[in-house]
Design a protein around this ligand. Sequence first.
Ligand code: ZN
Length: 115
Amino acid sequence: MTLRKLQSEFAILSSGIPAKARELGYEVTNGDAYRDPRVFGNLGESKGYGHPKSAHKLRLARDFNLFKDGKYRDDTESHRALGEWWKQQHPLARWGGDFRRPDGNHYSFEYEGVM
Ligand SMILES: [Zn+2]
């Protein structure tokens, strides 16, 4: 699998997240998507915020800001239903709520060992 193929697949599938959120009774707004290496460093480099090996640097992650009843929810548990759904969309789909340091608004593709 090439990076470009992964990026295309991720772009298509992650575009379904806002509609699914609505179906679940939430609203979302866009958060971080691509993190430019000129600002955040190359993959593996620690610069700015975020994990040095973040999938955002490869265009394989999107963050969504979640709202329920008009209120912003930044806790991981509020994202759980959407995160569980996301993980079923592709074998490489990962939800930040499962990370060692939970990051509930993060929806990504695994890339290590794939390319
Ligand atoms: Zn993220």
